[in-house]
Design a protein around this ligand. Structure first.
Ligand code: NAD
Ligand code: GLY
Length: 373
């Protein structure tokens, strides 16, 4: 498939969840287009939640677009970074909402990456027992994954995304132009979540990512547009069948069990979420091979792709003594764990994933092989 030229690219992906259905708008220039906001609920006030990095880039533009629709538009700017995905930051949102006397009709706008999106969604889920919110994702990771599907959360020192809620936005507005200001390291982090969709759901897309990795790294608008659209389609397809992760949705966590252990073990923010996921994808592929789902050639292929995206493929040492034990202990805190048994997303054939447990000895071999790879 040839990606469309960016200026003509404006597509909508629908996420079908009954009365919680919504549209994901993907295109260039959407931040400044009145159409992006035309169907949103009316209210006396809107609250833009953003952070100290994104605010100077995009907050004024969003404020301008919202002003004709909402008599009061407020902005709260949070400290930047995964290490601030905390109760303290969440409270800053509630402080702002209450100090401006925001009511039940107030609409929240998450302007930023996945950290801002996850926290704004959680604030929207709980402020006055639930207010409307809109995702305006400005990182590749947020456009291809975190802004879609209604998972909201903050971190706890003992585990990643442990406190949160399922709460769907009213709309997702992905302006591809915002990706032009994204640091290179963050672009790579987003590519980890793009890559994951191939092995779990769509090997044709995997082939396309391989063929277009140079274009993606060079931020060719047509390539980015296709990557965002296809990723959102796959995510919408999965979430539409299993909104609350009773089963299928867990496949979206391919690479994340290892990845979350890396993030928590290194200290939040030391490795970017996408970097930890990138390395986690390679570890999960190795585990899939050990369990007979894929061959060594598949693991090699995935490893090369993760490397080509500028992501780490050698796992960090999390403890000077008993590194394997430390990984296992951190992974037991994963939300997929049941009665202390770790559940992994593994590939049981290219393009298809399942959730299953694995013997500790097999997981230990994967961790050892991955830390000295
Ligand atoms: P992030 O939100 O920290 O953003 C990355 C960095 O880019 C930040 O410094 C941010 O300020 C900056 N930034 C954002 N947009 C920018 C722009 N356009 N130009 C310049 N700088 C910009 O990180 P992320 O990778 O977007 O998101 C990671 C988070 O998403 C993690 O907390 C992860 O747990 C979460 N996540 C959630 C889901 C979900 O389903 N809810 C899925 C995947 C990841
Ligand atoms: N990113 C995993 C999910 O949304 O389920």
């Amino acid at each position: 498939m040839t990606p469309q030229a960016p200026s003509s690219f404006h597509q909508q992906v629908d996420i079908d969840l009954g009365d919680r259905s919504y549209a994901i708008d993907i295109g260039a220039g959407l931040l400044d287009s009145p159409d992006s906001y035309a169907q949103l609920p009316s209210a006396r006030s809107a609250m833009i939640v953003t952070n100290e990095t994104v605010a100077p880039l995009y907050a004024k533009r969003l404020e301008r677009m919202l002003a004709p629709r909402y008599p009061q538009v407020h902005t709260v700017s949070l400290p930047d970074g995964e290490s601030h995905k905390t109760w303290e930051s969440l409270n800053l949102i509630f402080d702002a909402l209450l100090s401006h006397a925001c009511d039940r009709k107030t609409v929240l706008f998450a302007l930023g990456g996945g950290v801002v999106g996850d926290m704004t969604g959680f604030a929207a889920a709980s402020y006055m027992r639930g207010v409307a919110f809109v995702q305006v994702p400005t990182t590749l990771l947020a456009q291809v994954d975190s802004s879609v599907g209604g998972k909201t959360a903050i971190n706890h020192p003992l585990g990643k995304n442990m406190i949160g809620a399922f709460y769907q936005p009213q709309r997702v507005v992905c302006d591809l132009d915002t990706l032009t200001t994204l640091p290179a390291r963050e672009l790579s982090a987003g590519l980890a979540e793009v890559i994951k969709y191939g092995p779990i759901a769509d090997m044709v897309f995997f082939d396309w990512i391989e063929a277009n990795m140079a274009a993606l790294m060079a931020r060719e608008p047509g390539a980015l547009a296709h990557a965002v659209k296809r990723s959102c389609e796959i995510k919408a397809w999965v979430v539409g069948q299993d909104e609350r992760e009773a089963g299928l949705r867990a496949i979206l966590n391919f690479g994340h069990t290892f990845g979350h252990a890396i993030e928590a073990g290194m200290g939040y923010g030391a490795w970017l979420h996408g970097e930890a996921v990138g390395c986690g994808l390679v570890m999960a592929a190795r585990l899939s091979q050990a369990l007979g789902g894929v061959d060594g050639a598949f693991v090699e292929r995935l490893t090369r792709l993760v490397q080509a995206a500028g992501l780490p493929t050698v796992a960090p040492v999390l403890a000077a003594s008993d590194n394997v034990g430390r990984y296992l202990a951190l992974m037991r805190v994963d939300k997929k764990s049941e009665a202390g048994e770790i559940k992994f997303v593994v590939i049981d054939g290219p393009g298809h994933a399942v959730v299953r447990s694995a013997p500790d000895a097999v997981v230990a071999q994967v961790i050892e092989a991955s830390t000295r790879a």
